[in-house]
Design a protein around this ligand. Sequence first.
Ligand code: FAD
Length: 302
Amino acid sequence: MTDGPAPTSSRSLLEDLRHPRPCVSFEFFPPKDDAGEEVLWRTIADLEPLQPTFVSVTYGAGGTSQERTVRVTSRIAEQSRICAIGHLTLVGQSRAEIEQVLKQYASAGIHHVLALRGDPKGGPREPWEPHPGGMDHAIELVELARELGDFSIGVAAFPEGHPDAGGRDPDADVLVAKHRAGAEFAITQFFFRVQDYVDLVERTRARGSDLPIVPGIMPILNFGQVARMAELSGAEIPREVLDVIEPVADDKDAVRTRGIELATQLCRDLLAAGAPGLHFITLNRSKATREIFQTLRSEGLV
Ligand code: FAD
């Protein structure tokens, strides 16, 4: 990692997201041990030359690993030129504890947060129970971060609708309410159909909101892993994607090649549809993301 000002230091992240040149960003998760941490720092070093607009670090599912998330995000902010976004969820924490994490982020120079509800400790399919002294919905975290001041706040968005939203229209209502409460940008759950993203943007615009919505991209590199993540998050792997992957499901290299081709095409289609950027869920590895990026760069798209 190198010293120097973050690429976004002269412009706000919001300005970057509204700039005609698409943003590229990367998502990491907090590593579980030293070996995982080494892999992460290597990945960040490999991806830094691509000059991402920002990177983000997830907040442990079920409310675990908060300390590692804050530490890793702080280290990125301190030691790299990259704008670092800290994820934060409501799971298993009182309002006072959540406030404390926001203050830790601010004192580490992290002024961008992704305000999330999180999923129940037992997994996304379990019913949501707020912490007794905590908050119920992400919008309350948006409001809290606004109150504390000095944060640019992002929120989650769901091209297929959040599984508990009761449909895509109420889902879009929630997203727009989060914008009105002070969110400045949204990042989506991963998905595979460009039309789902376009529909979400249209629903949001129809409600009078111009919130920038950055699509989350997860290339299929290991079919079993993506299928599990999709099952957990309620995301659908469409038949047209299965038709490409299933015939080679037993051949790891072929799955990877086809997964990268599918993701690259999705990125092209999203940029053609006006997406303000591409947020790659890297799973802490750089190679596939770099391959997709290089192809898009060679086509003049990023
Ligand atoms: P909310 O906005 O609170 O929505 C949750 C549900 O409640 C939705 O069904 C919504 O429609 C409904 N709802 C919201 N507000 C109201 C209201 N006022 N009245 C009635 N219903 C309402 N999880 C992690 O644990 N750690 C992470 O780091 C993480 N990062 C993520 C990053 C991205 C980009 C995305 C898309 C998701 C991420 N998640 C993460 C998962 C996320 O926490 C879950 O999908 C969670 O179920 C929903 O979070 P939310 O912030 O959208 O919640």
